[in-house]
Ligand binder design. Structure first.
Ligand code: CO
Ligand code: ZN
Length: 331
């Protein structure tokens, strides 16, 4: 599974530019589902039919990652930019970006007026090695992601886009391991989550599921002076109770807990004080969907060096497979 993870996290795919990621996933899932289509927004929807008598379940993992978009090119060829999604300026200094056409750039900052000046995106620029506006190989509207390879530390992995390619990898692996089930399953690899859950809005409306399960990262609090939250690396999949955008459906949450207990899998309950996932959009679709989230505890979320625990990844696969292969009754 590590080869799949490496392929996915190193791919280029800021919000709105998910094409390369979609092609990788399509290549892996096409033979594992009954049909595989791309909707108007760009969501990839892989349908695995059930044997009958089960539930209609949608699973969502977002393909997009945060990035930057060029807003202006000056006479010397320096590029000004805005964030796509939640880009924290502290994480950019000294970093590198990669554009769709393969151009790479270094991120610089205007000379601070005082030592206390905080970095802000409007005081930063990208240097692609151009000497003038005319020879800049990218321009206004071009989009870049962070440029950083996967580092395999053994038990722990570090990469630029575990949010949310680790979930894309988990859902591909679920499709690989899942035996035939009674349930009608829609594996949705969504677009534009980082800019407002936009792909999940439309794909859920189209699929019209009874149950929605998002897979995403959550904040690991087990770092020096970390926030007062429960989630830690290596303690198992996080079963969402609440985040900044939703309260998980109790039936879905309880199903996840019962499945983890039945299979003797480690798990942790997640109450995240800010942020949300595609499950929020799923929950509010049409007349409402019973929605929940399986999260992978992740350190340094929305930086070019997000860190996950590999055992958590494998246990997340087992939890989801275990949930889907059994009859589902929401209490
Ligand atoms: Co994110
Ligand atoms: Zn995410």
């Amino acid at each position: 599974m590590k080869a799949l993870i490496k392929e996915l996290v190193e791919a280029y795919g800021p919000s709105g530019s998910e094409g390369p990621v979609r092609e990788i996933i399509r290549r892996h899932v096409a033979s594992l589902c009954d049909d595989c289509r791309v909707d108007t927004m760009g969501n990839l929807i892989a349908h695995k039919k059930g044997s009958g008598g089960g539930k209609k379940v949608m699973l969502a993992a977002h393909m997009d990652e945060i990035g930057v978009i060029i807003t202006h090119v000056d006479e010397k060829g320096f590029l000004r930019f805005a964030g796509i999604g939640g880009v924290n300026p502290w994480t950019l200094l000294g970093g590198r970006v990669l554009f769709a056409n393969g151009v790479k750039g270094a991120i610089g900052r205007e000379q601070p007026k005082s030592p206390d000046d905080k970095p802000s995106l409007d005081k930063m620029f990208i240097d692609v090695g151009a000497t003038s506006k005319a020879d800049a190989p990218v321009g206004v509207g071009d989009v870049a992601c962070f440029d950083r390879p996967l580092a395999d530390l053994g038990k722990r992995l570090v990469a630029k886009a575990f949010d949310d390619r680790i979930a894309c990898a988990i859902l591909v692996q679920v499709l690989r391991e899942l035996p035939p089930t009674p349930h009608d399953l829609y594996f949705c690899f969504t677009v534009q989550e980082e800019v407002g859950l936009r792909g999940a809005h439309t794909s859920t409306y189209g699929v019209e599921p009874e149950i929605g399960i998002a897979v995403d990262v959550t904040i690991a609090a087990d770092v020096p002076e970390g926030p007062h939250m429960n989630m830690e690396l290596g303690k198992g999949p996080c079963i969402k109770v609440k985040d900044g955008g939703m309260l998980a459906h109790p039936g879905v949450k309880n199903l996840m807990v019962a499945t983890a207990q039945r299979l003797s899998l480690p798990y942790q309950l997640e109450v995240l004080t800010g942020g949300t996932t595609d499950a929020m959009a799923m929950q509010l679709s049409r007349a409402g969907v019973a929605a929940g989230t399986v999260s992978v505890a992740t350190r340094y979320v929305h930086t070019p060096s997000e860190m996950v625990d590999y055992d958590d990844v494998l246990h997340s696969v087992k939890l989801i497979v275990g949930m889907l292969r059994a009859p589902i009754e929401l209490g």
